[in-house]
Design a protein around this ligand. Structure first.
Ligand code: GLU
Length: 298
C-alpha cells in the first residue's frame, strides 16, 4: 500500500518549484498504484495570503491533478496536535521555554538550520518568567545525543546529531501556533502516509520528524527529497525570491518543463495536460530524478 501527499502552505501561490513537487509526488504515488492526498498546511495565519488555499486547489485542478479524498486543512486539526503535545508532556519529553529569542540567540551556537537552543529551560522547567507571570511559554522537545540517519531515495544517506546540529526544537510557539515539525508528523501518521516526496529544502527537517515519530510511536515513511529549482542568481525559487505564480495559460509548457527537470522522457504531442500527467506516470522512475539543484531558464 502506498499513500503519498502534496502539502502546500497557502503563504503564496504555486510556482514552478511547487509544480515540480506536485508532479513528482503525484507520479511516484500513481506509478505505485497508490493514493495521492492533498493537505493544506494553513497553520500560520499571519504568514498566509488571502485566497491562496482556494487558488492553489484550482491551479492543481487546471494542471490536471486529481487527489484522493477530501483536502485536509491543518487549521482544523488543533486537537490532534494538542493530544500529541500532551503525550510528550506526560512522558517528560516536552518542556515549557520562557526564553525570549533575543536572549537565547545571544548565547547560542550555529547549527545546521539556525541557532541551537542552549537548553536553558530544560533543567529548570518550573521557572516562571521574572517580569510577566502571565507570559505563555513555547513548548520544546528534549532531543537526544543519538545520531539519526535515514536513507533518502534521491539524496542517499543523511544524518544529524540533533543535540549538536539542531537543539531542543519548538513544538508549539509562545503565541500558541503549532510548529510545522509537530503538525507534519502528526498528520502524516494520521493520514497513513507511507511515502513522502518533497523538496530538498525540507531535508534538514527530516531527522527532527523521524525523532518525533520515534517519541510518539509512529511509523517512519520513506522519504525522497527532490532537487531544488534555482533562479538565475542561484537562489531557490520561493515567495521570498519572487517566484512568479504558475500561469495557467502556459500549463502544458510548464508541465513539460518540470518533466524535463525530472528527466521524464519527452512526451509526444498531446490533447491536454492529463495526457502529460499520464505519460509522466507511465514513464516514472525515481532513479532518473537528479539529485543536484537545477538552474531554471528565468
Ligand atoms: N508545507 C510545506 C511547504 O509548503 C511542505 C511540508 C512537507 O512536504 O512536509 O513547504
Amino acid at each position: 500500500m502506498y499513500i503519498g501527499r502534496f502539502a502546500p502552505s497557502p503563504t503564496g501561490l504555486l510556482h514552478i518549484g511547487s509544480l515540480l513537487t506536485a508532479l513528482a509526488s503525484y507520479a511516484d504515488a500513481r506509478a505505485h498504484g497508490g493514493k495521492w492526498l492533498v493537505r493544506m498546511e494553513d497553520l500560520d495565519p499571519p504568514r498566509e495570503m488571502d485566497g491562496a488555499a482556494a487558488h492553489i486547489l484550482r491551479t492543481l485542478e487546471t494542471f490536471g491533478f486529481e487527489w484522493d479524498g477530501e483536502v485536509v486543512y491543518q487549521s482544523q486539526r488543533h486537537d490532534l496536535y494538542a493530544d500529541a503535545l500532551g503525550s510528550l508532556k506526560n512522558r517528560g519529553l516536552a518542556y515549557p521555554c520562557y526564553c525570549s529569542r533575543k536572549d537565547w540567540h545571544a548565547a547560542a551556537s550555529m547549527g545546521v538550520d539556525g541557532f541551537v537552543y542552549n537548553g536553558a529551560c530544560r533543567e529548570n522547567i518550573f521557572r516562571l518568567p521574572e517580569t510577566d507571570a502571565d507570559k505563555q511559554p513555547a513548548w520544546r522537545i528534549k532531543v537526544s545525543d543519538e545520531i539519526l540517519a535515514f536513507d533518502d531515495a534521491i539524496v542517499g544517506r543523511y544524518a544529524q546529531q540533533l543535540a549538536r546540529d539542531i537543539g531542543d526544537f519548538v513544538l508549539q510557539r509562545a503565541d500558541g501556533f503549532w510548529a510545522y515539525q509537530l503538525a507534519v508528523v502528526v498528520d502524516d501518521a494520521a493520514q497513513g502516509i507511507t511515502h513522502i516526496v518533497r523538496g530538498q529544502d525540507l531535508l534538514v527537517s527530516t531527522p527532527r520528524q523521524i525523532y518525533l515519530q520515534h517519541c510518539l510511536n509512529l511509523p517512519t515513511p520513506q522519504y525522497a527529497h527532490l532537487p531544488l529549482l534555482l533562479n538565475r542568481l542561484g537562489q531557490k525559487w520561493s515567495k521570498q525570491t519572487l517566484a512568479p505564480a504558475l500561469d495557467c495559460e502556459q500549463k502544458e509548457m510548464l508541465l513539460r518543463q518540470v518533466m524535463t527537470y525530472l528527466n521524464v522522457p519527452p512526451a509526444p504531442e498531446v490533447d491536454n495536460v492529463r495526457d502529460l500527467l499520464a505519460w509522466t506516470v507511465a514513464h516514472w522512475d525515481l532513479v532518473r530524478v537528479p539529485r543536484a539543484a537545477i538552474q531554471t531558464e528565468s
